[in-house]
Write a protein that binds this ligand. Structure first.
Ligand code: SF4
Length: 644
């Protein structure tokens, strides 16, 4: 376990919100970084050569609140066409800055840099063709490689300097160069070093209009990479603004939850000056999500005085779950447990469990469990008068506890101290206190049957709950903690995004042995959200993961339609990761750790990957989903879905 002695390595203050101070960089008229609001941006999905469609889509994005519009420029031809798009938008009264998105083509970047307000380059492929080969680079070879990059990148830096164009050095976890992979591996450190190579070239030319990003589809990797980048910048007296995003987050609820876990965790750390929520949907759909995330942090917030944290008992750059005791099936190596509340019902019937993943068939007298079946149900003072499936346990108020083999009592701190009857196996304690006191410590430290349910209903809870658990850790208390959060908002989206941040950020730091959310009356939505957050933070896998790109002007098929077709036939393959990528240029690298890949290779054709290996080429689109199923079957990863 690493002790971070100077917490300001990556976060100004872990108990009082402060934005990490960055320099201001102008992107056209929009100032990014410094004390400016967190800027919202997105990317078009149209063909860049289709000027009218790209202008129309850009306007829809701008009207939704997009402050910076990115457009792909795969070659010089598209880069040149940015001029028509730029002009068309200005003619329609929109001064929103444009960004050219560049992969592999320095010459297109040099054209675009004279037209648009910002150029995004990917340091993994700006001057490198990815061959997925690992070489043993001697120091001399490595220096030669850097010299080669310097020669390719310097002309662009000089053009940007001359034209007042900003550059985003946008590292992606999935597309690190073979050079970086060989030296640093597929790691957050490799991502940071990949950007550093390019930053040093910019600084050599006294060019500082730089914005940085460290995107990954894996939220843990993404958070670690940004934190490490901030630490590295602080070490080297740099302060460039940060653009946050989770790549290939997917669509619908999954994409929203995953983006919120990654982006929100960093915003809570005070990291991030501009955000892009990447969804496999129309780009204007990304904006309301981004607005909710940014608004939560734009004006800052304060919490009760918690005292400062000067050292951490865990490593914020490397995920590892807090070491806790095993109490019944909670804590230690167990997956985080999921809790649900049915205490509002006087009489609980089998059908009341259907929202929590348990379907009862009267005819067969049998329970069917979904992959999102909860572990504990809180019934308050009530009882359950029917036989429960063996995977489900009951939490009862201590005064009403009936002490059968599936039920466990819950106390508050006072009543636990005075209790005459306790379970020999598992006792829950509701803890509403925000400060971890000597009294609480005394109660917990020797008890091997206790699990704390740490409650909070404030607008911002992360700092309070994190500090409480850190204090437990610092005192050597290994009692498991269930994170309990109540939301008073009435909007489903608001609830889903905020709970994803609040729970996801703790889970990413390895804190929390279970989750219990309270919101509204839609129990199914709450349950789906909890399992979505656990999946997005990679702590408990309950469904298929889709790593689908948001699509852009390079996309060669209808990505939204295809994603939903693939989802329809594979959504029962729990734990499998399927990459669905719009183009062969970036797709294979960007789908990172997908088990199978479905990648557009040309108009009307798809190629299929097993891991990073291309296994079937140029399959006509109308047969490609079936071919994907065959491939999954060939490798023994297919199971038939079980009808309920
Ligand atoms: S992977 Fe998708 S978003 Fe990325 S460049 Fe290719 S088509 Fe565009």
């Amino acid at each position: 376990m690493k002790e971070v002695n100077n917490i300001q390595e990556y976060c100004s203050n872990l108990t009082s919100y402060q934005r990490w101070p960055t320099r201001e960089v102008m992107v056209g008229d929009v100032s990014v970084g410094g004390s400016n609001p967190i800027r919202i941006q997105s990317m078009t999905t149209t063909d860049t050569m289709n000027t009218d469609e790209t202008i129309e889509q850009s306007i829809r994005m701008i009207e939704a609140g997009c402050e910076i519009v990115r457009i792909t420029a795969p070659s010089i031809k598209e880069a040149k066409n940015l001029e028509l798009i730029h002009h068309g938008l200005r003619k329609r009264g929109h001064n929103t800055p444009l960004v050219a998105d560049i992969h592999f083509t320095p010459n297109a970047a040099e054209v675009a840099a004279r037209i648009v307000e910002k150029v995004r380059i990917n340091p993994g492929n700006f001057a490198d063709r990815k061959k997925f080969e690992l070489h043993d680079y001697s120091d001399r070879d490595y220096e030669n490689e850097l010299e080669r990059i310097n020669n390719r990148f310097s002309p662009l830096v000089k053009i940007c300097k001359e034209h007042g164009t900003a550059i985003r050095i946008g590292t992606n976890h999935g597309s690190l160069s073979d050079r970086i992979l060989s030296r640093y591996g597929d790691t957050p450190l490799g991502m940071v070093e990949s950007a550093m190579e390019f930053i040093r070239i910019c600084e050599y030319w006294n060019y500082y209009d730089i914005i940085l990003s460290m995107k990954a589809s894996n939220t843990q990797v993404m958070v670690q990479a940004y934190r490490l980048l901030v630490k590295k910048m602080a070490d080297e007296s740099m302060n460039y603004p940060l653009h946050l995003g989770v790549t290939e987050a997917g669509d619908g609820e999954d994409g929203r939850i995953k983006s919120s876990v990654g982006i929100g965790t960093l915003l809570e750390d005070g990291i991030g000056d501009t955000i892009r929520v990447s969804l496999t949907e129309e780009p204007e759909n990304e904006i309301p999500v981004a607005k909710i995330l940014a608004a939560r942090y734009d004006r800052g917030f304060s919490t009760d005085s918690l005292g400062r944290i000067n050292s951490l008992p865990y490593d914020p750059y490397f995920h590892s779950k807090r070491k806790t005791m095993k109490v019944n099936n909670i804590g230690s190596e167990n997956v985080p447990r999921v809790f649900a509340n049915l205490s509002n019902l006087n009489i609980i019937k089998p059908e009341d469990l259907s929202s929590f993943g348990y379907l009862y068939s009267k005819d067969k007298d049998k329970w069917h469990l979904s992959d999102q079946a909860v572990d504990y149900i809180y019934v308050g003072d009530n009882k359950i008068e029917f036989e429960l499936p063996g995977t489900l346990s009951i939490v009862q108020n201590s005064a009403a506890w009936d002490n059968n083999i599936f039920s466990y009592p819950v106390f508050d701190i006072d009543s636990y101290e005075k209790a005459s009857a306790r379970s020999d196996i598992l006792n829950f304690i509701f803890v509403e206190e925000k400060i971890y006191t000597d009294e609480i410590n005394k109660l917990l430290i020797e008890d091997k049957t206790v699990v704390v349910i740490l409650m909070n209903s404030d607008a911002h809870s992360i700092m309070v709950q994190r500090k409480f658990i850190i204090d437990m850790m610092n005192r050597g208390v290994r009692v498991p903690v269930i994170i309990n959060r109540t939301y008073n908002t009435s909007a489903n989206l608001d609830f889903q995004l905020k709970s994803s941040i609040d729970i996801g950020s703790l889970l990413i730091d390895g804190l929390g042995d279970g989750v219990w959310l309270e919101f509204g009356s839609d129990k199914g939505l709450v349950n789906q959200t909890v399992f979505g957050i656990l999946q997005a933070s990679r702590m408990r896998i309950s469904k298929t993961e889709y790593i689908s790109c948001p699509s852009c002007g390079r996309t060669l098929f209808d990505l939204q339609d295809t994603t939903s077709k693939i989802r329809e036939v594979t959504n029962h393959l729990k734990g499998l990761k399927i990459g669905i990528m719009g183009c062969i240029v970036n797709g294979p690298g960007e789908m990172a750790d997908a088990d199978y890949g479905y990648v557009g290779t040309g108009s009307g054709f798809i190629s299929l990957y097993k891991g990073q290996d291309l296994v079937k080429r140029n399959i006509p689109t109308d047969r490609a989903v079936d071919a994907l199923i065959d491939l999954i079957k060939e490798h023994g990863d297919w199971t038939d879905s079980v009808p309920v």
